[in-house]
Design a protein around this ligand. Structure first.
Ligand SMILES: Nc1ncnc2c1ncn2[C@@H]1O[C@H](COP(=O)(O)OP(=O)(O)OP(=O)(O)O)[C@@H](O)[C@H]1O
Ligand SMILES: [Mg+2]
Length: 229
């Protein structure tokens, strides 16, 4: 489904260059559930942004469903992002003026042909993440964990073929984290592809495959039972 070929990402910042990804080769098949781990600054979010077509490699190639992401024109690229990919950002990216429910329904605004059951799905997802009572509140009135759960509900609204989640349990207590993981497990069982970024080894162990980054390179890639932590 997705393939990275010798991907590099360099950021130029005040005369300094940060080599966030330094030659990543990675292939993920449709229906896989992969955990990306690694220390802070190892390049996890940089990698996920590229997988989500939010950013492009400085060099190397990213192929999604057989097409080079760099060759998708803007419309095709945003169509792919909006319809095929669900993204849970590390920093949530909820719109402050919209209510929780409106935030969850946001993907519909970019969809030409919205599914008829989207509103029912929004209700169901808010229930599943424990936010039904907060649906008419604005993000500023929520705790960090509640914002995170709202962002997860939004990412799942359109049943994306590819779910990318950056530390989706980072702000959650263990009960809420377990609920979110159960939801992600379900997404995987439904046949959707999941890439989960986490620094937490117990959370990563939910995924059958582990990819560990170190200094922008893949240090380990293998089945979970073989992972050493
Ligand atoms: N927009 C940016 N401009 C400049 N440097 C950046 C930018 N984004 C990331 N970096 C740098 O690239 C490196 C990798 O960052 P990245 O955010 O991918 O790490 P991470 O593994 O997600 O870390 P964390 O676990 O803390 O979220 C870091 O050294 C970071 O400072
Ligand atoms: Mg990060």
């Amino acid at each position: 489904m997705i393939e990275l070929q010798d991907v590099h990402r360099r950021y130029a910042m005040s005369g300094q260059t940060v080599h966030a990804l330094a030659g990543v080769d990675l292939r993920i098949d449709a229906g896989e559930f992969v955990a990306i781990t690694g220390q802070s600054g190892s390049g996890k979010s940089s990698l996920l942004n590229i997988l989500g077509c939010l950013d492009h490699p400085t060099s190397g190639h990213y192929l999604i469903e057989g097409r080079d992401a760099a060759t998708l024109d803007d419309e095709a690229g945003s169509d792919l992002r909006n319809r095929r990919i669900g993204f849970v950002f590390q920093s949530f990216h909820l719109l402050p003026r919209l209510t929780v429910l409106e935030n969850v329904l946001l993907p519909l605004r970019f969809h030409r042909d919205p599914p008829a059951d989207a509103h029912a799905r929004a209700d169901m997802l808010l229930e599943r993440v424990g936010l039904s009572q907060r649906r008419d509140h604005r993000p500023g009135e929520l705790s960090g964990g509640q914002m995170q759960r709202a962002a997860i509900a939004r990412a799942l609204l359109l049943q994306p073929a590819l779910l990318l989640a950056d530390e989706p349990t980072g702000n959650l207590d263990s009960k809420s984290a377990a609920d979110v993981l159960a939801l992600i497990d379900e997404v995987h069982r439904d046949g959707q592809t999941v890439v989960l970024v986490t620094h937490d080894a117990d959370i990563a162990a939910h995924a059958p495959r582990q990819v560990r980054l170190r200094d922008g390179r893949i240090e380990h890639d293998g089945p979970t039972h073989a992972a050493t932590h």
